[in-house]
Design a protein around this ligand. Structure first.
Ligand SMILES: [Zn+2]
Length: 339
């Protein structure tokens, strides 16, 4: 364990679910309006994905087996053909590279002592995108020392075992999501339980440190993170929101941790001065358009990912307001069906 450069700091006390519930006032409509305003014209994909369904009254849940999937990016048997998902890798910052798919992102953060991969996409795409992507970018996949997995859904954890097996990559995830992995990830692609990150822990490799925050909601131990990147020598701070959609059972109590996490992480982001937001789904941070813009960026032109702190707060406000709309909409539904 001597290579484990993980440091712990005291967990921040979190408000109880009951307190959060009392704080959700207003109506579904008022929260939808607040979310729409926060989303502006740049985070419409986020609004559409997590808010839009509450614009109409919710239908009672479908019978078991026909509801929405709990796996996040689950798929049919057999991998889909590469033509459906392959994306080319790209250098995004001096020390950060996109090595993901058309819909799902993996990020490679280069340091003075190797590479940290943030999210590992699927088992069937990790070799094509992460391994071959790094090679195309002139980097060595054998240098992947850590894989930080935001949460245990197959679209983010799927490639972790491959990296463990091929490069001895240490896999970092929250204890809560290692437990999810043990229960839900097929053994064939499940990484061996490795480093358990706690709230506020830092992961350091060489000259680079990632601070990890547990933001339960999307999964019980979703990790959101803060770290620095450089653009043409200037330092910027990245914030990631580790799990976005409400893919849990549509019950009021399931929205409360998400609301609490979004609120708390917004404070973290504000304090960090983060000016870049990155997602693990390309739609939410407009990765495909931004990478295209980077390819034609002229000297002196603004970096498309550097959007400023206030805009990242809007991103998190959108997520929080949609969760509040979801809480109230599911509360209303529970009220009507019990009468
Ligand atoms: Zn997920």
């Amino acid at each position: 364990m001597k290579n484990v450069a993980i440091a712990t700091c005291a967990a921040v006390a979190l408000a109880s679910a009951g307190v959060v519930a009392q704080q959700v006032t207003g109506t579904v409509e008022s929260h939808l309006a607040a979310a729409k305003k926060a989303a502006g014209s740049d985070f419409t994909a986020l609004y559409d994905r997590i808010c839009m369904e509450y614009e109409k009254p919710l239908a009672p849940p479908a019978p078991a087996g026909q509801g929405r999937g709990g796996g996040g990016g689950g798929r049919q048997a057999g991998p889909p053909p590469a033509a459906q998902w392959h994306a080319e890798p790209a250098k995004v910052f001096d020390n950060l590279y996109f090595v993901g798919m058309t819909e799902y992102s993996a990020w490679a953060l280069t340091t003075s002592q190797g590479i940290i991969v943030i999210d590992t996409i699927y088992d069937y795409s990790v070799e094509d995108e992460v391994v071959n992507g790094l090679k195309k970018l002139g980097l060595n996949p054998a240098d992947i020392k850590y894989a930080l997995v935001s949460h245990a859904h197959t679209d983010h954890i799927g490639g972790a075992k491959y990296l463990q097996d091929h490069f001895g990559t240490r896999v970092v995830m929250s204890k809560e999501d290692w437990d999810v992995s043990d229960r839900t990830i097929p053994e064939r692609i499940r990484p061996k339980r490795d480093i358990e990150a706690k709230d506020g822990d830092t992961l350091t490799l060489g000259d680079t440190t990632i601070t990890m925050y547990l933001t339960p909601g999307h999964t019980p131990g979703t990790i959101s993170s803060i770290y620095q990147v450089k653009d043409r020598g200037a330092t910027h701070t990245v914030a990631t929101w580790g799990g976005t959609a409400f893919n849990f059972a549509p019950k009021p109590e399931n929205f409360l941790p998400y609301i609490r996490s979004a609120e708390r992480y917004r404070g973290v982001v504000q304090k960090s001065g983060a000016d870049v937001v990155l997602s693990n789904h390309t739609a939410y941070d407009s990765t495909n358009a931004k990478i295209a813009a980077l390819r034609t960026r002229k000297p002196g032109e603004r970096h498309p990912y550097v959007i400023g702190n206030a805009n990242i707060l809007r991103y998190l406000t959108t997520a929080e307001e949609c969760a509040k709309a979801g809480y109230l909409a599911t509360t209303k539904l529970a009220g009507t069906s019990s009468r």
